[in-house]
Design a protein around this ligand. Structure first.
Ligand code: GDP
Ligand code: GDP
Length: 424
């Protein structure tokens, strides 16, 4: 149990901490153990959301009497839980004005350096959402309006929380935070192993070849300009000697596995063959898995009329790879080295963009500036978006608060995503 990330609920008395704690733990039927608290019978409980487990702590239960009213005392008495916490949920009462203690408490919590999520509680109606807007004054980017009593918004809160906390130790990903995990994907013979050789070419660049997460996988770790890249399962790239059909099928299976283990996928395309349907299939997996994709048009050295070829590729991409139209495209020759100097810097740039967190205030300025009327969505399927906040990065995930429940119409979503990409 000590391995589970701890999520601490903090707030002034009567904001609804205990109700929220009960809502998250009881309603999920996922409690496996609990411990008696000091003033409440239970202040710790294990919880689970979409397969991710964590330990929830109601710090309100640690405080007695007057000290529960004074921010510095709240933080001091909850210190132990706060020190261990992977994330802190600050609860405020959305039905009343923010109080000086709320603001002071938010300041103290910000100073802990822990990821913070603000739960604006007691928001039962859409009209009450307006008061959630006011809570930006607390300087916490992630604001989720909830009603602990009625359950409203609690799913969003849990989405946000679980996206931010680490996995329980046994399922930790292979790459450490400072490494950029890169997959080289593509059909047989597009040049994957040649590219691998170019990327690692200089023997001294290879830091280590370490076993990957699956037993027969071998990753190559490369250091360039101070950044560490983990090229996932490079043993698979060299797997040869299959029939053409087998190799084609295998390339798709391998791509799916490599994509899963990576942050960034280098989608290799053979310029002499153009963009084929299998290329698009493989690219589609990476896109759907939420990975960042860089398209590398390889064998550019063999192309005679480069202008015509790039024109042709652009047309093919518009048809087959439309969903990846945001992905950068580099023209390279893995064999001759042409264009290769741009590859690592591009990976690094994309890895940084992937980590980006856009402050809520900026997102809401964006929402005001974007003309949602222009989306080619049937009027009846459009929604009013009250505001939005970024719940997670790598890949970025956003939570939208709308007037009607249910998912966005696909064309409306696409319009919004495109505008977001353009702006940020
Ligand atoms: P705590 O002292 O911060 O733990 O707050 P409690 O969980 O004990 O709640 C304080 C009061 O607020 C109780 O009367 C709850 O019924 C009420 N409360 C909690 N959550 C909500 C909510 O979502 N909506 C409304 N209207 N009342 C709530
Ligand atoms: P893989 O099956 O994707 O790993 O592809 P390989 O790296 O084995 O390359 C397949 C063939 O394409 C080999 O004959 C390579 O020499 C050739 N090749 C790879 N990259 C280039 C390139 O940039 N230019 C040219 N002209 N040939 C290349």
């Amino acid at each position: 149990m000590g391995q589970l990330p701890i999520v601490a609920i903090v707030g002034r008395p009567n904001v609804g901490k205990s109700t929220l704690f009960n809502r998250i733990t009881h309603s999920r039927r996922s409690i496996v153990g609990n411990e008696p608290g000091i003033t409440r019978d239970r202040i710790y409980a294990e919880a689970e959301w979409l397969g991710k487990r964590f330990e929830l702590v109601d710090t309100g239960g640690m405080l007695v009497g007057e000290s529960a009213e004074i921010p510095a005392k709240i933080v001091a008495q909850a210190r132990q839980a706060l020190d261990q916490a992977a994330l802190v949920i600050l609860v405020v009462d959305g039905r009343s004005e923010l109080t000086a203690p709320d603001i002071e408490l938010a300041g103290l919590l910000r100073r802990t350096g822990k990821p913070l999520v603000l739960a604006v509680n007691k928001i039962e109606t859409d009209a009450a959402l307006v008061s959630a807007t006011e809570s930006y004054r607390l300087g916490i980017d992630r604001v989720i309006p909830v009603s602990a009593e009625h359950g409203r918004g609690v799913d969003d809160l849990l989405d946000c929380v679980t996206a931010l906390i680490p996995e329980a130790a046994e399922t930790a990903p292979a790459a450490t935070a400072s490494e950029i995990a890169v997959a080289i994907i593509g059909r047989p013979n597009v040049g994957k192993s040649t590219l691998l050789n170019q990327l690692t070419g200089d023997e001294r660049a290879i830091v280590s070849e370490t076993p990957g997460t699956t037993r027969d996988a071998v990753d190559t770790v490369v250091e360039r300009d101070g950044a560490v890249y983990r090229l996932v399962d490079t043993a698979g790239i060299r797997r040869k000697g299959k029939t053409k059909l087998m190799a084609e099928k295998l390339s798709v299976v391998m791509a799916r596995r490599h994509i899963r283990l990576s942050d960034i996928a280098l989608l290799l395309i053979d310029a002499t063959e153009g963009l084929t349907a299998p290329d698009a299939t493989i690219g589609g997996y990476a896109h759907e898995a939420g990975k960042s994709v860089i398209v590398l048009v390889n064998k550019w050295d063999s192309v005679k009329d480069r202008r015509a070829a790039s024109e042709e590729l652009r047309n093919q991409a518009a048809r087959r790879l439309k969903f990846l139209d945001y992905a950068p495209v580099l023209f390279i020759s893995a064999k001759s080295g042409l264009g290769m100097s741009r590859v690592f810097p591009e990976i690094r740039k994309i890895a940084q963009a992937r980590q980006r967190h856009i402050p809520t205030a900026e997102l809401n300025r964006f929402l005001h500036s974007v003309d949602l009327e222009r989306a080619s969505t049937p009027a009846s399927r459009k929604k009013k978006i009250y505001y939005m906040t970024q719940a997670a990065s790598a890949p970025p995930r956003f939570i939208l608060f709308t007037d009607k429940p249910g998912p966005l119409h696909f064309s409306f979503e696409r319009y919004l995503v495109n505008q977001l990409r353009r702006k940020f």
